[in-house]
Structures are given as structure tokens and as C-alpha cells.
Design a protein around this ligand. Structure first.
Ligand SMILES: Nc1ncnc2c1ncn2[C@@H]1O[C@H](COP(=O)(O)OP(=O)(O)OP(=O)(O)O)[C@@H](O)[C@H]1O
Ligand SMILES: [Mg+2]
Length: 332
């Protein structure tokens, strides 16, 4: 079952650019920014999908359209099979915005209680759920009674996440959930996202932190300048791209090392150990043959794949043309 679906979703922002007076005529140029162009995206039930892309790629625009904060310029989207704006569906979606607004003087517990009331939760339910959530998102014991103005960036991010999952939603949409967190905090958010998946939830989140996305996503979609440059299972996107093989042997005969050296991208000797990097699998086989013949020892063979970061940088730098930003002139 597909729970998030976009069809040719596009967003063009039109904003005032320049006002020029020429004699009695006044020209008003409008600048258009194509923030999102024909995005086709699908997120299946129970999946963790990462929406990745550099600054200005259109991640927040996509998420804001899905959450009903912005209207698309063209195209359409569905959540849980229903068109955007369906009230019954909205009640099953949790959302952490990119820059959440917090009422400084509310205490942590009051903040979540306020949202719990908006969701129509009973007082008893709110009390039980809020207590669980403070623990679940890793906030310290004093957090419930601390006004939000006393929260650190990481604590605010956590309480924002608690708010997003307060009503036990089916689909959780998070815009940069790891922003502002230290490595331990990022790991904790990853663990929370994984535990949401374990409980059958669907998580759709945007991120800059590629290594975090690599660790938890079933699938990723990479946006650049408003266009989708790649989408798919991480294993599939990366596994087709074994870059090279790292082979470490020990006790190999000098003549063998010299015979293999011209085939290797790298050959480093240290004492009895030799590290080779080969591009071709056939060269790895040749090493193995010699290791057996010479009674040498194989220490390791490691196929080295692209990391998501390497893949991302390559796709984004050679991605489709620049966003169509242009000026439309008109006399006023
Ligand atoms: N309200 C707006 N008016 C005009 N242009 C906008 C507006 N909001 C976003 N944009 C432009 O749309 C493009 C996409 O912005 P968006 O915020 O969706 O990117 P993003 O991928 O979330 O970036 P970041 O990683 O920095 O959060 C950018 O070029 C941005 O300048
Ligand atoms: Mg953003």
C-alpha cells in the first residue's frame, strides 16, 4: 500500500524582483523560482524513506505541500490514498516542521498537553502518553517542568519530535529531524525512527546528514534544484556500484607481489603484509590462486561500494540542469 504519493508535483514561487521606472512607464519584473518540478514520489506503508538534497533542493517545499501548508502550482499528491486536505487522514499524520515554533513560556509538559488537547485526547490519555514520550525521545527528568525557553536546541528538537508522534500517527513526516543534534543525539533520533518502523509506522523525512540516512532508510529520493535525480532502495542504488576490491594478504612471495602490482590501483607493503586495491574481480581471483599455491595467508577481501555520500555528490553535481529561475517583465 502506498501512503505518500506525488504525481508531477511542481511548485513555482513568484516573488517581487525589481521595480524600474522609465519615463512615464514603470516596469515590474517578477522572479520565478522553480522550487519543485514534476516530482513523482512514492512511499510504501511501513517504509523509512529519506528525502535528500542540498540546500534549496525543494525538500521543505515538498513536505509543506504534503502537509497542506503550501499549494502546489501543478500536479497532485495523495496521503494514504486520499487527496491532500482530507481531515480523517490528517489525524493519522504526525509532522515535525523544519523550524518549529515554540511558546517560550510553556513548560515542556504544558506544551505537549496543549497539543494533546488539540488532538482531542482525554486528560488521562494525555498524562500517560506525555510521560512515556519524555522518556522515549530521551529528554532529561527536569524537562517536563522546564519552560521551553530553557531548552537547548537538541532538547527542542526532541520535544518537537514528541509532539509529532503524540497522537500515535500512522505516518510520520519529519523535516530535518536531526538538525542541531550532536552525534549521540543523531543516533538517538535514528533509533526512534527505527522503533517507529518496528511498530509498523511509515516515516518520511528530509535530511542533509547522508550517513544517518544511509543507516536507516529503506529507500531514498535525491532532489537537486527541484528535480528528482535518483530514487530507489539504498542497496540497489549503491550495490550496482562496487568501486573496487581491497585485498590484504600476508606471506606472499616477492615475485607474486611484483607480478600483481601492475594490475593494482594501489599496492602497499608493510613487513609481510601486502594491501592491494583492484578494480577487476579477475585480479582478486589471481591473488587467491597464488595465496593457495604459495601457502600464504589471506587476511581479508573487501568489496568497496560507493557510500551514499559519494553517490549523492556524483548525482547532484551531474544532475539535471539548473533550476529554471528567470525574470518575467511586465509594464504596470
Ligand atoms: N516563500 C518562498 N518564496 C520564494 N522562494 C522560495 C520560498 N520558499 C522556498 N523558496 C525557494 O525554493 C527553493 C527550494 O526551497 P526549500 O526550502 O524547499 O529547499 P530545501 O531543500 O528544504 O533546503 P534546505 O536544505 O536549505 O532546508 C529554494 O530555491 C528557495 O530559495
Ligand atoms: Mg528545508
Amino acid at each position: 500500500m502506498i501512503v505518500v504519493e506525488t504525481n508531477k508535483l511542481s511548485k513555482i514561487y513568484t516573488h517581487d524582483f525589481i521595480d524600474v521606472e522609465h519615463g512615464r512607464l514603470r516596469f515590474n519584473f517578477m522572479r520565478r523560482t522553480v522550487a519543485l518540478a514534476d516530482l513523482d514520489l512514492q512511499v510504501g506503508k511501513g517504509e523509512i524513506v529519506g528525502l535528500l538534497g542540498p540546500n534549496g533542493a525543494g525538500k521543505s517545499t515538498t513536505i509543506k505541500i504534503l502537509m497542506g501548508i503550501l499549494f502546489p502550482s501543478s500536479g497532485s499528491a495523495k496521503l494514504m490514498g486520499r487527496p491532500l486536505g482530507d481531515k480523517a487522514v490528517k489525524a493519522k499524520i504526525g509532522f515535525l516542521p523544519e523550524n518549529p515554533f515554540f511558546y517560550d513560556y510553556l513548560k515542556g509538559e504544558e506544551f505537549l498537553d496543549y497539543y494533546g488537547q488539540l488532538y482531542g485526547m482525554s486528560k488521562a490519555d494525555r498524562r500517560k502518553r506525555i510521560r512515556e514520550l519524555f522518556d522515549y525521545v530521551g529528554l532529561p527528568d527536569h524537562a517536563p517542568n522546564l519552560p521551553l525557553k530553557g531548552y537547548s536546541k537538541g532538547m527542542l528538537q526532541r520535544i518537537g519530535l514528541a509532539q509529532a508522534i503524540l497522537n500515535d500517527p500512522e505516518v510520520v513526516v519529519l523535516d530535518e529531524p536531526q538538525s542541531g543534534l550532536d552525534p549521540l543525539g543523531r543516533k538517538e533520533i535514528r533509533d526512534i525512527i527505527l522503533s517507529l518502523k518496528d511498530r509498523g509506522k511509515t516515516v518520511f523525512f528530509s535530511s542533509h546528514v547522508l550517513s544517518d540516512a544511509e543507516l536507516i532508510c529503506d529507500r531514498v529520493a535525491i532532489l537537486n534544484k527541484g528535480r528528482l535525480v535518483a530514487q530507489g532502495e539504498l542497496g540497489h542504488l549503491l550495490s550496482s556500484k562496487i568501486k573496487d576490491y581491497e585485498v590484504i594478504v600476508t606471506g606472499m612471495r616477492k615475485e607474486s607481489v611484483e607480478a600483481l602490482r601492475p594490475h593494482a590501483i594501489k599496492c602497499i607493503e608493510r613487513d609481510a603484509d601486502v594491501l592491494f586495491i583492484f578494480e577487476k574481480e579477475d585480479d582478486v581471483r589471481e591473488v587467491l590462486r597464488r595465496v593457495i599455491d604459495e601457502n600464504a595467508r589471506l587476511v581479508s577481501v573487501t568489496p568497496r561500494r560507493d557510500t551514499l555520500e559519494e553517490y549523492f555528490i556524483r548525482e547532484v553535481t551531474r544532475g539535471p540542469g539548473a533550476a529554471e529561475t528567470g525574470a518575467q517583465g511586465g509594464a504596470a
